[in-house]
Ligand binder design. Structure first.
Ligand code: CDP
Length: 235
């Protein structure tokens, strides 16, 4: 019998924006039969709510007003049979596409610095992971959400490589974007995510580093699957 089937672990993948965390996380979850959870989508959905309700604009956020409305923001993930992916819902509306666009990207990091927002999101994330068998990606998964995760991966790549990937992804979807704007967004988010007081992006002491500047998808998955199997066998 395949022992790995019975032992479920938590896999935490943290790292800089646009370095392919979600690609590896989804592939790992699929191969292992685990749940994949995109914690960034939750911060993006809160940001979309703020933008729609005039609580964020021109890169600034009305923190107190947003915190006062937190209870009105319900975020869920629902499985889409056709795309075979989880999609993000904000108060029962599918917002999967809209949360990936530049207005949200330009406001999400300031929203994600707000302590009360983080506490509310982390609580939900911990609940979703309580039965293990989950791969979650974000900025603070190995440090704050699941400090006991059996496997922690810290991913990075150069800002230019990351901006190019995001540019290719958005233009392939038909969106009109400029490379220099994307690069600026990547650099701004790195700075805010790493410099903030609340749960800054940092590598957990026991995380394994994966710099994928020059790795293709197959190689990075192979690397991550090997590490996952080792940890599953060890526990
Ligand atoms: O896909 P990408 O790496 O560009 O970003 P994301 O994972 O969708 O996350 C969007 C933003 O949410 C990040 O830039 C962070 O500011 C914030 N975030 C966070 O603070 N903590 C997390 N666990 C996940 C995302």
């Amino acid at each position: 019998m395949n022992q790995t089937k019975n032992k479920k672990i938590v896999i935490a993948i943290d790292g800089h924006s646009s370095c392919g965390k979600s690609t590896v996380a989804k592939q790992l979850a699929k191969q292992l039969g685990y749940l994949y959870l995109d914690s960034g989508a939750m911060y993006r959905a809160v940001t979309l709510y703020a933008l729609r309700n005039q609580l964020a604009n021109n890169g600034t956020v009305n923190e107190q007003a947003l915190v006062d409305r937190l209870e009105k923001i319900r975020i869920e993930f629902r499985w889409n049979e056709t795309t075979q992916q989880n999609e993000t819902y904000l108060n029962d509306e599918n917002v999967e596409e809209e949360i990936r666009q530049l207005p949200v990207a330009n406001h999400v990091s300031p929203v994600a610095t707000i302590k009360d927002v983080r506490q509310a999101m982390v609580r939900q994330q911990q609940k979703l992971g309580e039965n293990k068998g989950i791969v979650m990606d974000g900025r603070d998964i190995g440090t704050v959400v699941f400090p006991q995760a059996e496997l922690k991966i810290f991913m990075t790549a150069s800002p230019e490589v990351r901006a190019q990937r995001r540019y290719d992804e958005l233009t392939a979807k038909g969106q009109q974007v400029r490379f220099d704007e994307i690069l600026k967004n990547v650099e701004d988010r790195d700075r805010i995510d790493s410099g903030r007081k609340e749960s800054p992006l940092r590598q957990a002491d026991d995380a394994l580093i994966l710099d994928n500047s020059y790795l293709n998808r197959e190689d990075q998955l192979k690397w991550a699957m090997e590490k996952a199997k080792e940890r599953i066998e060890d526990c």
